[in-house]
Design a binder for this molecule. Sequence first.
Ligand SMILES: [Zn+2]
Ligand SMILES: [Zn+2]
Length: 407
Amino acid sequence: MVLTTNRNIGLLIKTGLIIMVAGCISGSALGQSAHVNPWAQKPLGTLPPPASLSQGIWLKGELHMHSRHSKESSNNSISKIITFCKLVGIDFLAITDHDNHVEGDVAHNTWADPEFKSDSVLLLYAAEWTTTRGHGNAFSARPYNHQQLYDVRDQRDTVVGRIKNKLGIHLSANHPSGKDHFGYSYDMVNSIEVWNSAIWSKNANAIMIWDDMLSSGRKLTGRGGSDAHHGVPVGDEKPGPNTYQAKANYAGTPTTWVFATARTKQAVIDALTNGRVSISSNPYAPRVEFYADLNGDDKMDMMMGDNVKATGKPVKFKVQLTGNSIKDTTYTINVVKNGNPFGAFKMEGKMPMIEFTDTPAIAGRTYYRVTVEGPSTPYPQVPQSAALSGNMVGLSNPICFNFDPNF
Ligand SMILES: [Zn+2]
Ligand SMILES: [Zn+2]
């Protein structure tokens, strides 16, 4: 009896083990084949072809600047900022005063200032959305009801997003990894400030967030902004405790370049939204341009910010520096593919162009972006800025494959 029982138990254990092992095998096989993620990326339909690479104009600008309408600024009237921008060749400017300093009424403060006008600099309608959950910049080519964006600041993101869409503004996440980081959903924003102020080194975590957003299918434009608050005193203006900053960080540190279809405010906003954008350490530093040839005919077919379907064929990429590259020096081009280092290339200052080839995967998203390191370009009007930017010359926005425009 005992023996029989033992034998039975032994048999049961053996059988049980066999059943368990078989259960594991069939369970995992079932799990792999039976589960279909309904959110997995679907095959893309036809994507619109990239816009013209030649019909447009490169414009440079400052997208984060505080005037006297921000209470902690000093010696920084709007006319002083605009005069400076003209002097250094800045084409477009967003004065982004803190909206909480005027209870959201930007329209009757910054935008109503008699100095808020220019015959040459494209002045965007803008403000820094300054909230308990952090900061973002709103940009528009025409006046909009900023009060509504201010009023909704503590509501759920679904409500904020609805108002943002209704206003038709471009919303941008500010200094995403610093103090007052953007604490809202990135699904609401069109761009992200990946280079805040002349101090390049503090932007590493912002770049990390950008790569995470790109890798997860959010095609956000990377942009710059000095976030300068303080001007150089003139006339009977008195220096303040922060006046020293004016020589280290001011309009153009860094400079955001856009390839716009025309010299208009709307074209600047559109270029900013679609990502035909690169950033330079200052207005005199060379501009990074990043292109791709899709069919091997040595004619470039797309540039940074553009998105096409991968064909499975090799793509030739071209990086060039335009403008004041330094002849007798070498630049380092770091290529990032899907958030990871892809390669580093040396570029000569006298012939500042390199090419590389890679084959973007036919399935799934792929993106490439570049950063450029090398000697800094002097910026005499903001003489201490070059040292703060170190060897960072500029960076591009990504060239994208298989991104869903309806994501
Ligand atoms: Zn801020
Ligand atoms: Zn700011």
